[in-house]
Write a protein that binds this ligand. Structure first.
Ligand SMILES: [Zn+2]
Length: 240
């Protein structure tokens, strides 16, 4: 199966669904991680935006390498994902490159960060429009509309999960991928938000796992993109 995650920032995947992607990867599925922005303002300690983008590109590649995922670096300036004709075409071409059976993206219903919201909305548009032959991009149109899930917003605020994936076994991999983003876990999270973001990530997954009433220690949670056409009669079966 082919799996595509489209996130806004180079560390979004790790925070929102890396444990789930690691489960797909472990069973041999093909994983693509697309990142819409280059994260080029995500530092208080560098002067040049291009230096920050270069650091974060390397970190993102290192994280992808841990699970053997392909990286698509879309290189939009951080905090400037804007709904435009050009942006829609970029997202459509990402779906055409990855040709997913199932997609994941950021929550589009008001996370704290507008890049998350608009990336989720662009993915929502691209999911269907990637099949339309008269929309021309570099790669050929896809044949089918994939099932798509939204990830939780940051911290899980204002979010009622529909689907829980037990990531207890892949939590170490999720953490390793997160730690690959050294510029974020060693500098930015503390400089900007004064939070221990690794603790927050693990606590978040533990909180959702508690909701299941099962032996699961950690869960990642999702909501289905439930507008027509959903794309499968039993979409939960596409989760690992
Ligand atoms: Zn983000």
């Amino acid at each position: 199966m082919r799996v595509l995650f489209i996130g806004a920032h180079p560390d979004d995947c790790e925070f929102f669904c890396a444990g789930t992607l690691a489960k797909y990867a472990a069973r041999g599925d093909d994983i693509t991680i697309a990142i819409s922005t280059n994260g080029n303002i995500g530092s208080m300690r560098h002067e040049r935006k291009e230096d920050i983008a270069a650091i974060r590109h390397v970190e993102a590649q290192n994280a992808c390498d841990i699970i053997g995922a392909k990286l698509i670096w879309m290189d939009i300036d951080d905090e400037y994902v804007i709904d435009s004709r050009q942006t829609r075409d970029m997202f459509i071409d990402v779906v055409r490159r990855a040709r997913p059976d199932v997609m994941f993206t950021t929550w589009k219903m008001k996370d704290y960060n507008p890049d998350h919201d608009i990336t989720g909305y662009m993915a929502f548009i691209a999911r269907i429009n990637s099949t339309i032959k008269l929309i021309k991009t570099e790669h050929p149109p896809t044949e089918k509309i994939p099932v798509m899930f939204y990830c939780q917003p940051t911290g899980g605020a204002n979010f009622i999960p529909e689907y829980y994936v037990d990531v207890t076994e892949t939590m170490d991999t999720k953490v390793a991928m997160w730690m690959a983003h050294k510029s974020q876990n060693e500098e930015w999270a503390d400089d900007m938000f004064h939070v221990d973001i690794l603790k927050m990530m693990k606590d978040n997954c533990a909180y959702f796992a508690n909701q299941t009433g099962s032996s699961s220690k950690y869960s990642e949670v999702f909501r289905l993109c439930n507008t027509f056409p959903i794309g499968a009669a039993e979409p939960h079966k596409l989760l690992p």
